[in-house]
Design a protein around this ligand. Structure first.
Ligand SMILES: [Zn+2]
Length: 246
C-alpha cells in the first residue's frame, strides 16, 4: 500500500494539540471523520491486514495504531502510524509492540516477502511473516480462511464461465458473443485489483489456475485480449502472494 499525504485538516499544529489532549486525558482523539475518510481511501475501504471490505456486515473501519498508542503516545495521530483495519484485526493486534517484535507493515513491506498462500492457508517465509499470521489470526478458519476460500471458488467459477463463453464465440463470432467474453474477462480481472476485497487471494488463485494462461492464449489469438486487459493482468500479478521466480 502507498501512503498518501496526511489529510489537509491534520496540520502539524492540530496533530500536536490532539497528541497533548491524548496524553493528558486518554481521549480517543483519532476518532475524526477526516482521518477515517483518508485512511479508507488509501486502503480502498478494506482492512489493511485481512483485506475484508469495511462498512458492511458490522465490519466498520477502525483507526489502528501500528505502533501501539499506549506505548508510543507521541504517535497517536502521526499519519504514518495510522492504518485502516477491521475490528477483528485491530482487536487481535491489541497491545502488541511492533517495535520490539515486528510484523508486516502494509505500507512499508511487500507482504509476499514474508507470507505466501497455499490452499487458502497463509504460510510464513520469515519470522516476521510468522508473527504477523499468529498475532492477527490470519489463518482463523471462521473469519479469515472461509472468506479466502469463497473468493477462490468464485474465481474458479468465473474462469469456467469464461471458457464457455470463448467456446460459444468460436462457434459463431458475433459481436454479442464477443462482448460477453470481454465483459466476463473484465469482471474476472477486476476481482484481482487492489481496490477489490481479498484481491491478494483472488490474484493468487487466478495466476495458479492452469486454465488461465490457456484462455489468455486463446483470447490473444481471437484478438479480444487488449492492451487494457494486459494492464489489468500485470496489476493482478503484482498482488500474487508468492515471490516471482528469479
Ligand atoms: Zn481485518
Amino acid at each position: 500500500m502507498e501512503r498518501s499525504n496526511p489529510p489537509a485538516e491534520l496540520t502539524p499544529a492540530v496533530a500536536q494539540k490532539l497528541t497533548a489532549t491524548f496524553k493528558a486525558t486518554g481521549e480517543s482523539v483519532w476518532q475524526i471523520d477526516y482521518i477515517k475518510r483518508a485512511l479508507a481511501e488509501q486502503s480502498h475501504n478494506k482492512c489493511s491486514f485481512c483485506e475484508c471490505e469495511l462498512g458492511i456486515e458490522s465490519k466498520y473501519l477502525e483507526v489502528e495504531h501500528f505502533a501501539y498508542k499506549g506505548s508510543y503516545p507521541e504517535e497517536v495521530v502521526a499519519w504514518d502510524n495510522l492504518i485502516a483495519a477491521c475490528r477483528r484485526c485491530n482487536g487481535k493486534k491489541g497491545v502488541h509492540d511492533v517495535r520490539v517484535e515486528p510484523i508486516v507493515n502494509p505500507y512499508a513491506n511487500n507482504p509476499r516477502d514474508h507470507i505466501r498462500m497455499q490452499a487458502y492457508r497463509l504460510q510464513s517465509l520469515t519470522p516476521v511473516g510468522d508473527l504477523t499470521i499468529s498475532v492477527l489470526g490470519l489463518n482463523d478458519i471462521q473469519r479469515a480462511m472461509t472468506a479466502r476460500f469463497k473468493i477462490g471458488a468464485q474465481i474458479g467459477e468465473t474462469l469456467e464461465q469464461l471458457k464457455e463463453k470463448i467456446e460459444f464465440y468460436k462457434e459463431k463470432q458475433s459481436a454479442l458473443r464477443r462482448a460477453k467474453v470481454a465483459n466476463c474477462l473484465d469482471a474476472l480481472l477486476n476481482e484481482c485489483l487492489k481496490r477489490s476485497p481479498y484481491a491478494a487471494t483472488a490474484a493468487t488463485v487466478l495466476h495458479r489456475e492452469s486454465i488461465y494462461p490457456e484462455l489468455k492464449e486463446q483470447l490473444i489469438v481471437l484478438q479480444i485480449w487488449t492492451v487494457e486487459f494486459q494492464e489489468l493482468h500485470d496489476s493482478s500479478l503484482a498482488l500474487v502472494l508468492q515471490k516471482p521466480a528469479p
